[in-house]
Design a protein around this ligand. Structure first.
Ligand code: CAA
Length: 258
């Protein structure tokens, strides 16, 4: 069992949960937290016994951004060489679906971490923002690219250029979150969603997640070509045969993830 100082991990059946835990700093993402988060997430990703991962924080903060105190003394070369936060590339290439369960502040790197996930479930207390502009910098974990893709150019520009926060209701209306739930139900709802995903065929889930990612990154024609191949490949799996047989026999499928 790996010992962590800034996160907590837990598994229940095929679902893993990673809880950011730096209560003294509203879960600000320092180098230790980021290293532990990425390490834990990649280890779960490599485990075919895990079918979905929930990432969450505390009631007050999912994460209030990159750790400003740690970054304050760094210069260009420090940041360009990877700074205190190398390794996001591997995190972004993970195949296991990630569900961000967001309560309280998701600011700067916290908002960007949520946007690296596949599904964002927000408590009605959630607040999203990219306040880097107030610090004389700009988003650095993908915010200037993912936010306009999620909510459109004009809302994203207002948030990135003014640092304004969005509450959960506005975030849902804007397409930034999948769903808003009462704060007291956040973890149960996220766990339920994760369990639902983890009960499906793992090869089909990996392929579906990859196809959704391709949709963010390529022109439609290329995405459709990818989907056609991935769809055909699904017919090489045992789970496809089982899923369709179970439908015909009017029973739940028993996927073996093969
Ligand atoms: N980095 C380091 N420490 C942080 C932090 C951060 N991002 N956010 C909060 N903290 C610390 C505070 O310094 C404070 O510590 P002390 O008690 O030792 O002073 C503690 O967490 C509690 O915070 P506050 O007292 O400020 O709590 P609040 O409820 O009054 O305000 C807040 C909450 C509005 C979120 C405020 O803390 C805040 O504005 N935080 C900074 C948000 C921010 O600018 N995030 C962007 C960071 S840059 C970034 O993320 C770059 C990137 O894209 C990768």
């Amino acid at each position: 069992m790996t010992e962590y100082s800034c996160i907590r991990t837990e598994t229940q059946g095929r679902v893993a949960t990673i809880t950011l835990h730096r209560p003294e700093a509203l879960n600000a993402l320092n180098s230790t937290l980021v290293r532990e988060l990425i390490g834990a997430a990649l280890a779960f990703d490599a485990d075919s016994g895990i079918g979905a991962i929930v990432i969450t924080g505390s009631e007050k903060a999912f994460a209030a951004g990159a750790d400003i105190k740690e970054m304050a003394e760094l210069g260009y070369s420090d940041m360009y060489l990877g700074g205190p936060f190398p390794g996001w590339g591997g995190f972004e290439r993970m195949r296991t679906p990630l569900i961000a369960a967001v309560s309280g502040f998701a600011l700067g790197g916290g908002c960007e971490l949520a946007m690296m996930c596949d599904i964002i479930i927000a408590a009605d207390t959630a607040k999203f923002g990219q306040p880097e502009i107030n610090l004389g910098i700009l988003p650095g974990f993908g915010g200037s690219q993912r936010l306009p893709r999620a909510i459109g150019k004009y809302k994203a520009a207002e948030m990135v250029l003014t640092g304004r926060m969005m509450d959960a209701e506005e975030a849902e209306r804007s397409g930034l979150v999948s769903r808003v739930v009462p704060a007291a139900e956040l973890l149960a709802e996220a766990a339920q969603t994760a369990e639902t995903i983890a009960s499906k065929s793992l090869p089909a889930v990996y392929a579906a997640k990859e196809a959704l990612q391709v949709a963010q990154e390529t022109p439609l024609s290329e995405g459709l070509r990818f989907e056609r191949q991935a769809f055909a490949a699904a017919f090489a799996t045992e789970d496809q045969a089982e899923g369709m047989r179970a439908f015909a026999e009017k029973r739940p499928p028993e996927f073996t993830h093969r």
